[in-house]
Design a protein around this ligand. Structure first.
Ligand code: ADP
Length: 493
């Protein structure tokens, strides 16, 4: 692969797409946002908390391996497990008691916007996309403060039977409590001593305590639901995320099927008056397999056009769709896992009746697209390159302040190792006559049943932050696609 050639493609793609974003009428983004309270925990703080809670208690709870956080001892046990293994973990808590305890005993260093839909709404507004409509069913005063203060970012509110678009700071519910997730970061080398457990943290990583209070519902107010056609007429696309919040059962007797149904109704209502509307779902891990399957086969299938996910999520999705072996092969890091990843993407495209499946990984992105998609492979490639530039910008700066920041991302070199990792896929495709070496190097491959686009991505060596980069990649590529579709429509008119 000629790296220089890709660098050239990157700068052309970025300038082309950024010049087209203004064509987008608007984008609707729902459902999940929260406040991320971030704390970088230090040795003396760990020692103090262990002393406070009692070493023996914590030790016993480590053995119990709590799957949810009910009290501070559960929290400490999961923190020690995450630090001991150097692994990232996310554990839910269903009350706000732990938040109060952490505020009294630890206090966060900084707070920022969290949750896929919140992160994406801010990103699109910052990039200057027209009419970004953000819908969060639990918009609190505290949450509203974390939205960028820009006139192109608004929330829908119904007053006196009429729909208004107002900035979150003028649209929040004063009675609503905030959803605050805690992100406890820890550093390699931190020493921990808790009776039997004496170790030094092997790797920098983080524990996320995801707040899931009872009032969290992936739902929409009836009045707003009635006004959805007005919203859908003013947008070209919708990005939907947060279905992982759907619970198996609720206190009022309702269950996950009720909420899956509600989610489908929202999509259908959005499409009713705008059949050309493109819908992207950003997938994330859903522990409960029945809910994961229901999200894929009932919400995503037939209703959604585009799906974004990382490699682990591809395996998780394949697993519940009945492709256990393929799923295993995607994540087992064997020689063929890249081929399995591609085959898995094709399975998702066809099984779920999608038009586009976009997989992001460290070093490359793979996108499979249906044959009837009204854009050529080069346009899809531009969208991926645009997304990778945004990812590199975010990894370098921590956040994207505006389109001008992207020069920083463009300066990040293409990650040649990432592309080298694709050699196995190249061999597989070329050997079977699916494409030529040249097609593969161009990243644009046309097969009988789908098109395939593969790009090497830009990877930042020492990233400032990595949380939410996946959301940036998927949303960035999706708006680039919307802009390209719009350009075609304008050209044809
Ligand atoms: P998150 O949910 O935090 O966004 P994901 O696993 O969905 O996490 O996405 C992370 C993606 O971010 C990776 O697939 C990779 O493409 C990208 N990424 C991670 N680290 C870097 C980096 N240092 N430079 C550029 N891109 C990165």
């Amino acid at each position: 692969m000629e790296i220089e050639e890709w660098e050239q493609r990157y700068s052309e793609a970025f300038s082309n797409i950024s010049g087209l974003l203004g064509n987008i009428k608007g984008v609707f983004v729902a459902y999940n946002s929260n406040v991320d309270a971030i704390k970088h925990i230090k040795e003396h703080e760990i020692k103090r908390l262990i002393q406070l809670l009692g070493c023996e208690n914590v030790q016993q709870r480590i053995l119990d391996y709590p799957r949810e956080i009910e009290d501070p001892v559960d929290f400490m046990a999961r923190l020690i497990i995450a630090m001991r293994d150097g692994k990232a973990a996310e554990v839910p808590t269903y009350t706000t008691d732990l938040h109060d305890w952490l505020m009294d005993n630890l206090v966060f260093d900084k707070a920022r916007m969290g949750g896929q839909a919140g992160i994406i709404a801010n990103l699109l507004a910052t990039l200057g996309v027209n009419n970004v409509i953000s819908y969060v069913p639990w918009l609190s005063r505290e949450q509203a403060e974390y939205y960028v203060d820009m006139p192109n970012l608004n929330c829908p509110v119904v007053e006196d039977g009429k729909l208004f678009l107002k900035h979150p700071k003028d649209a929040y519910d004063p009675e609503q409590k905030p959803k605050i997730n805690w992100i406890i970061e820890f550093s390699k080398g931190t020493k921990v001593n808790c009776s039997g457990e004496v170790f030094s943290v092997p790797r920098d990583n983080r524990l996320i305590i995801s707040s899931r209070p009872k009032w969290i519902r992936i739902d929409m107010d009836r009045q707003l639901y009635d006004h959805l056609p007005e919203i859908s007429e003013s947008i070209d696309g919708a990005i939907l995320a947060g279905y992982q919040m759907i619970k198996e059962e609720y206190d009022d007797g309702s269950d996950c099927h009720d909420y899956v149904e509600k989610a489908v109704n929202v999509i259908e209502r959005l499409k009713e008056h705008n059949p050309d509307l493109r819908l992207h779902v950003e997938f994330t891990s859903i522990q409960n397999k029945a809910i994961r399957k229901a999200v894929l086969t009932r919400i995503v299938k037939k209703h959604v056009t585009s799906l974004g996910l990382d490699t682990v999520e591809v395996a998780n999705a394949l697993n519940v769709l009945g492709y256990e072996e393929l799923a295993y092969s995607v994540i087992n890091k064997g020689e063929n896992s890249i081929v399995s990843l591609y085959e898995g993407a094709v399975k998702l495209l066809h099984e779920l009746d999608l038009q586009r499946v976009h997989i992001h990984s460290l070093g490359f992105y793979i996108c499979v697209v249906s044959k009837d998609y009204p854009l050529d492979e080069k346009s899809h490639r531009e969208a991926l390159l645009f997304a990778s530039t945004l990812a590199a910008t975010q990894a370098t700066l921590g956040s994207i302040g505006g389109m001008n920041d992207a020069d920083v991302g463009l300066d990040v070199p293409v990650y040649s190792q990432g592309y080298d990792g694709l050699r196995q896929l190249e061999k597989y495709l070329v050997r079977r006559g699916i494409c030529s070496v040249q097609d593969f190097e161009d990243g644009c491959i046309s097969t009988a049943s789908h098109n395939l686009i593969i790009v090497p991505s830009k990877v930042v060596k020492d990233p400032v932050a990595t949380v939410g980069i996946g959301d940036t990649i998927s949303a960035g590529a999706f708006i680039a696609i919307l802009a390209k579709l719009k350009e075609n429509k304008i050209k044809k008119a």
